[in-house]
Design a protein around this ligand. Structure first.
Ligand code: COI
Length: 363
């Protein structure tokens, strides 16, 4: 054992994946299937506070069957990426934004907020330990998945007093695998993702568990992602199964649903809003109804739409299917304004353009 960088103990794995095997896995990793050699762990209990911070070999957890996360889903997570830099280093994108959101999610789920510096140090240390796992491909990156679970052994309905925070890392390529130049959406009328006062803006596993049946419905309809409408009027577009949504108009303006308590505060969403404003585009964070979307797509007032998130980056939306028919958007491929916003973002993330916002952090 030696004290690693950033105050975490570094226990290197005794069995790293051999370099040739790793190189083979990195050729076409897909999304979320290839994992690195190490993980970060920090434990919490009421008496000891946060303790035991370490980078160690990636390994299975052993937990009591009465551990509360297994019953009541007291769990939160984050998604962020590290990009390979030409000099052999790596860069994180707005990790401070993820650290802040993680702490907010923790509070909503009655969990102890992890101090933001511990979050940042754990992520940096894992990237340093596993930087060889960042694919050297055009859309490759290291997807980092910080998460926190309630641990212990009791079935009473109260917040746990013991937690495990961990970070795992996955070598990834593009999230959407299909060869189509855009994705297709299914508008669910049966299921709702979140209501005001609920957990919609926390990044907790339960939100995603509740969305799976609707996402499965979308896949059965031959679509890539589900669109959720608001819980009250069932007409305002909120977000997709695992990403935010933007609408682009023929007058050059752009719109995205407002953060009204039910929508995930996407870091990609926020970054694109900033980039669009600085490009001089008219930007609206205002509700947009599904009827309006259809009418605008049909009249040509709406020319492009895209999904965005850490995993999805910026992915054009080509068609939207409802029970009574499908409408298409623009040329069903990457439109010019989507392409402009996407490159403005990706060029900063990958270091091929200057970073006037201080969004990237070299590790
Ligand atoms: C992300 O974009 O990082 C997410 O958490 C979404 C998930 C569908 C992978």
């Amino acid at each position: 054992h030696k004290a690693g960088e950033a105050g975490l103990l570094f226990e290197p794995t005794a069995k790293p994946v051999p370099a040739e095997e790793r190189a083979r896995l990195l050729i076409d990793p897909g999304f979320g299937r290839v994992f690195t050699d190490h993980m970060a762990i920090i434990e919490y209990d009421e008496e000891k506070d946060w303790h035991g911070a370490r980078i160690t070999a990636r390994h299975p957890f052993t937990m009591d069957p009465a551990s509360p996360v297994l019953h009541y889903a007291q769990e939160i997570f984050e998604g962020m990426k590290a990009y390979r830099r030409p000099n052999g280093g790596a860069a994180l994108f707005r990790p401070d934004a993820n650290a802040r959101r993680f702490a907010k999610s923790a509070i909503r789920m009655a969990m102890p907020p992890l101090p933001e510096d511990m979050f940042l140090e754990s992520v940096r240390a894992l990237v340093r330990a596993d930087r060889e796992w960042i694919p050297d491909t055009e859309d490759g990156s290291l997807y980092l998945r910080p998460f926190m679970i309630a641990n212990g052994s009791f079935l009473g309905m109260r917040p746990s007093t013991q937690f495990i925070y961990a970070v795992i890392a996955s070598s990834v390529g593009a999230y959407f695998r299909n060869d189509s130049p855009s994705v297709s959406l299914w508008v669910t009328r049966e299921y709702v993702r979140a209501a005001r006062g609920g957990t919609g803006e926390a990044k907790c596993g339960g939100n995603y568990a509740g969305s799976l049946v609707a996402q499965a419905e979308a896949l059965r309809q031959g679509c890539d992602q589900v669109v959720f409408l608001d819980a009250v009027e069932r007409r305002w577009v909120e977000e997709l199964g695992g990403m935010n949504v933007f609408f682009l108009f023929s007058d050059g303006s752009i719109q995205t649903p407002p953060l009204d308590g039910t929508i995930l505060h996407g870091v990609t969403r926020d970054s694109l809003l900033t980039l669009a404003r600085d490009m001089g585009l008219a930007v609206r964070e205002e509700p947009y109804s599904i009827e309006q979307w259809k009418a605008d797509a049909e009249s040509g007032r709406l020319t492009e739409a895209f999904a965005c998130g850490t995993a999805a980056v910026v992915t054009p939306i080509g068609s939207v299917k409802e029970a009574d028919g499908t409408f298409t958007i623009g040329g069903q491929s990457m439109g010019p304004l989507t392409a402009r916003l996407r490159s403005a973002l990706v060029d900063i993330q990958r270091g091929s353009a200057p970073d006037p916002y201080g969004w990237t952090e070299l590790v």
